[in-house]
Write a new protein. Sequence first.
Length: 68
Amino acid sequence: MQTRKNESHADTYRKILKVEKMTPERLKTFPGFEEIKEDEAKHVIETLECFCGIIVKHISKKEKNEEP
């Protein structure tokens, strides 16, 4: 069972790496961000990247603590 879980995480990681990097132009395609200014868009993207890093570290620590 542990092998399937690890394969699932590896698949998810590969998918994340293939995702198109967020740009101000791409951000503007999302509802609520259509009229955002370039500098504000860059700040939003930087903030999201920071939050994502925190989440990944948190999940990694949680999974490490749950291993038998």
